[in-house]
Design a binder for this molecule. Structure first.
Ligand SMILES: [Zn+2]
Length: 147
């Protein structure tokens, strides 16, 4: 009696790569939401690493550019690369602000203000939920160019 090979090839997929954004992340990235201040779990990240877009995985910010702005949101003086983050004017309610989005997928990140510390004088105020933290790998060979 041979019971070998039931022939079923419909193993439950383990390879689904479609981003399963949580409702909270979806709201911020796709509907330009804002998380409550002090709620973000990346606010107190320590150690070196990069912050990736939660929508597409593009590297956006580095911990070396992160500073404590006291605003309750993760804040950076500059993006990892100027091309990683796109800016667009947002004049909702007559208040002109500069929205920042992921240049790759268009996901909403937050806003950039001009009251940051030197040398850039800029404050990239980003929702923690827009980001994923990737601790630095000592031997990541695929890092491209230093800035
Ligand atoms: Zn993205």
């Amino acid at each position: 009696m041979s019971n070998a090979g039931t022939g079923g090839t419909s193993a439950p997929g383990q390879q689904v790569r479609t981003a399963g954004l949580s409702p909270e992340r979806y709201h911020i990235l796709r509907e330009k939401g804002t998380e409550p201040p002090w709620s973000g779990e990346l606010l107190h990240v320590s150690g070196e690493g990069r912050f990736l877009c939660a929508g597409c995985g593009q590297a956006l910010f580095d911990t070396s550019d992160k500073f404590d702005s006291g605003s309750g949101w993760p804040s950076f003086t500059r993006p990892l690369a100027p091309s990683a983050v796109a800016e667009q004017e947002d004049s909702i309610l007559g208040m002109v602000r500069t929205e920042i989005v992921c240049a790759n997928c268009g996901g909403h990140l937050g806003h950039v203000f001009h009251d940051g510390p030197l040398p850039t004088g800029r404050r990239y105020c980003v929702n923690s939920l827009s980001l994923e933290f990737e601790p630095q790998h000592p031997e990541a060979g695929d890092t491209v160019l230093p800035r």
